[in-house]
Write a protein that binds this ligand. Structure first.
Ligand code: G6Q
Length: 550
C-alpha cells in the first residue's frame, strides 16, 4: 500500500518556526524568566468559575505561546472544534459522531444531529436513571427478601470502569451512607470473589456496564456474579438485582436482564468518554440525581468555555499546546499528573486511558503515516505519597517530565491543619522543580566542608530545576469542579489529536491482543491444537499446561 501523506502539519511554517524557537530558547531557565517578570503569574494564568490554571512555570515566553497559537490556527483547530460540536462524523474509521459533550447539555438546549434531537434522547435516559436512582436510594427498590439495596457492584472494564470508579471515589464525601459502591473489572477471579465475600446477595444490586455487551472480561464476571446470586435466590429474582448499561439491547436480553432495567446510550459516546452517560449510574446512585446533574453542569461550563474562549484564554487549548511544545518540540516522552487529593487518586489512571487510547496513534485520520511523535505516556500518582517515591527522578534525573499538579484549596476532611501541609507540599514541589538549587545555594548550605568532599557532594546536591509544571487549583472537589476537570482533559486530548491529525476516537490498537487471547485460551488446555506461535509463546503455553492445576 502506498503511503499517502494527508496531514502535512509537520511541514508547515508554524511547525518549523516552533522548532527554530525551541533551539533558540532551550537553554533559557525558568528561574530567570521569573526574575525578569514579576507579573509572570498574572500573564500566564487563566481562571474559570473558580478553576485556576497557573501555567507560568513552563519553559515558555509570550513568543512561544504566540507560535503555539499559530500552530493551532494552521491545523484549523477552530474548524475541528466546530465539527465536533455540530456532530459531524469526525470519528472517520468508525463512521461516528463524537458527541460526549452533548451528554452535558442542559435540558431545554437544542442539538439536532442528522435529524435527531440529541438533547431529548439524553434527557429521556437521564429521567429514567433519575427515577431508578431515587427508588434505590430511598429504599423503595427492594431486593428479593424485601430489604433495601445496600451494596452496588459495577461490573465493567476500561471506559465502563475507570471513569465511574474515579468519580465515585472523588465524590465519596457526597455519597449516600446507605449505599456502598464497588467496582469489579479484572477477569482475575480474585477481584470478583474478594468483592462478593463481603456482600449479602439479598441487598446487592449488580450493574453490568458494557457499551458493546460483548466484552469477555465483563461477561465472564457478570455470569459468575449471576451464578453466585443464584446460589441464594431464584431466576425470578434476577430482575431486582441485575441492571444493565449498554447500547446493545439484544445482548442484554440474551444475558437474561430485563430490558426494562437497561439504560442505554449511543454509539457517538466513546467508552473512555462515557462517564457522563448512563455509565455514570454508580455515581448517580452514590451522590443522587441532583448532584449528578451538577457534575454534568461542571462539564458543560468547561464546554462553553472551550467552544467560546479565544485560544489565548482557553484552558484546554493552552494545556494541549503546552503538551505539544514538550512532546513534539522537546521530545519529552511522558507527562505526569499528580492530584493532591486522596479522592482523586484514580485520576491519573482515567486520564491515562483517555489520552493514551485516544492519541496513542502512529497514523493520521486518513491513514497517512506520521513521522513525528504523537500521544505521550501519561502516568502519575496522588501527591505527597509520590514525593516519597518517584519525585527524586523529577528533581535530579536526566529526563524532562512536564507535570500537572491538581490542587483543591479546601478539604472535605479538615483534620487539624493537615490540608495546609498538603498544599504547602504541592506548592513547594512546583517551586523546587522550577527553580532548582544552584551551586551558590548548595555551597551556602554545606558550610565548611573539606575541598575533596565538596567535589563529591556538590554535584549530588545540585538541582537543575527548569522542570515544567501546570498547577490546576479548584476551590474544593465537588461534583461541579470534578466535571470541569474531567471535561478539561477531554478537550485537551481532542485539541492535541486535532493538531497532530489523528482520530482520537477509535482504538484499533486494543483489538489485536483480544484476538490472540481468544485464540490462545483454548490452547491452554492439554491436547488442544496449538496455533503457529513463536517459540517464546509456545514455551509459555507448555509451561502453563505443566504447572497449572485448575
Ligand atoms: C474505551 C475503550 C475501552 C472500552 C472497554 C469496555 O474507549 O473502548 O476501554 O471502554 O473495552 O468496552 P465495553 O463497554 O463495550 O464493555
Amino acid at each position: 500500500m502506498a503511503a499517502i501523506r494527508y496531514n502535512d502539519i509537520n511541514t508547515s511554517a508554524a511547525w518549523a518556526r516552533l522548532h527554530q524557537h525551541q533551539r533558540a530558547t532551550r537553554h533559557m531557565h525558568m528561574r530567570q524568566l521569573f526574575e525578569a517578570d514579576s507579573r509572570r503569574f498574572q500573564r500566564f494564568s487563566v481562571e474559570l468559575d473558580g478553576l485556576l490554571l497557573d501555567y507560568s512555570k513552563n519553559r515558555v515566553t509570550g513568543r512561544t505561546m504566540e507560535l503555539l497559537f499559530e500552530l493551532a490556527a494552521t491545523a484549523n483547530l477552530r474548524d475541528w472544534m466546530g465539527r465536533l460540536r455540530s456532530g459531524e462524523r469526525i470519528n472517520i474509521s468508525e463512521n461516528r459522531s463524537v458527541l460526549h459533550y452533548a451528554l452535558r447539555l442542559p435540558a431545554g438546549s437544542e442539538l439536532i444531529v442528522e435529524g435527531v434531537d440529541v438533547v431529548a434522547q439524553v434527557q429521556d435516559v437521564l429521567a429514567r436513571l433519575t427515577t431508578f436512582c431515587e427508588r434505590v436510594r430511598s429504599g423503595g427498590w427492594t431486593g428479593f427478601d424485601g430489604r433495601r439495596i445496600r451494596d452496588v457492584v459495577n461490573i465493567g472494564i476500561g471506559g465502563s470502569d475507570l471513569g465511574p470508579e474515579l468519580v465515585c471515589e472523588a465524590l465519596a464525601s457526597f455519597s449516600s451512607p446507605e449505599l456502598d459502591i464497588h467496582f469489579v473489572s479484572n477477569v482475575d477471579g480474585q477481584h470478583l470473589a474478594r468483592t462478593l465475600e463481603r456482600l449479602d446477595p439479598a441487598t446487592t444490586l449488580f450493574i453490568v456496564a458494557s457499551k458493546s455487551f460483548t466484552t469477555p472480561e465483563t461477561l465472564l464476571n457478570a455470569r459468575a456474579a449471576r451464578a453466585w446470586f443464584l446460589q441464594h435466590a431464584g431466576e425470578g429474582d434476577i430482575a431486582r438485582h441485575f441492571v444493565a448499561v449498554s447500547t446493545n439491547t439484544d445482548a442484554v436480553r440474551d444475558f437474561g436482564i430485563d430490558v426494562e432495567h437497561m439504560f442505554g446510550f449511543w454509539d457517538w459516546v466513546g467508552g473512555r468518554y462515557s462517564v457522563w452517560s448512563a455509565i455514570g449510574l454508580p455515581l448517580m446512585l452514590s451522590i443522587g440525581p441532583d448532584a449528578f446533574r451538577q457534575f454534568l453542569a461542571g462539564g458543560h461550563a468547561m464546554d462553553r468555555h472551550f467552544f467560546a474562549a479565544p485560544f489565548e484564554h482557553n484552558i484546554p487549548v493552552i494545556l494541549a499546546l503546552l503538551g505539544i511544545w514538550y512532546n513534539t518540540f522537546y521530545r519529552a516522552h511522558t507527562h505526569a499528573i499528580m492530584p493532591y487529593d486522596h479522592g482523586l487518586r484514580r485520576l491519573p489512571a482515567h486520564i491515562q486511558q483517555m489520552d493514551m487510547e485516544s492519541n496513542g496513534k502512529r497514523v493520521g485520520r486518513m491513514g497517512e503515516w506520521l513521522d513525528f511523535d504523537t500521544g505521550p505516556i501519561i502516568w502519575g500518582e496522588e501527591g505527597v505519597n509520590s514525593q516519597h517515591a518517584f519525585f527524586q527522578l523529577l528533581h535530579q534525573g536526566t529526563r524532562l517530565i512536564p507535570c500537572d499538579f491538581i490542587l483543591p484549596l479546601n478539604s472535605h476532611y479538615p483534620i487539624d491543619g493537615q490540608h495546609r501541609v498538603l498544599v504547602a507540599n504541592c506548592l513547594a514541589q512546583t517551586e523546587a522543580l522550577m527553580r532548582g538549587k544552584d551551586e551558590a545555594e548548595v555551597l551556602d548550605e554545606m558550610g565548611s566542608v573539606p575541598d575533596e568532599l565538596v567535589d563529591i557532594l556538590l554535584p549530588q546536591k545540585l538541582f537543575p530545576g527548569n522542570q515544567p509544571s501546570n498547577t490546576i487549583a479548584v476551590d474544593r472537589i465537588t461534583p461541579y469542579t470534578l466535571g470541569m476537570l474531567i471535561a478539561m482533559y477531554e478537550h485537551k486530548v481532542f485539541v492535541q489529536g486535532a493538531i497532530w491529525g489523528v482520530n482520537s476516537f477509535d482504538q484499533w490498537g486494543v483489538e489485536y491482543g483480544k484476538q490472540l487471547a481468544r485464540r490462545i485460551e483454548p490452547e491452554l488446555s492439554d491436547g488442544a491444537e496449538t496455533w503457529q506461535h513463536d517459540c517464546s509463546t509456545l514455551g509459555l503455553i507448555a509451561h502453563f499446561r505443566k504447572r497449572h492445576r485448575g
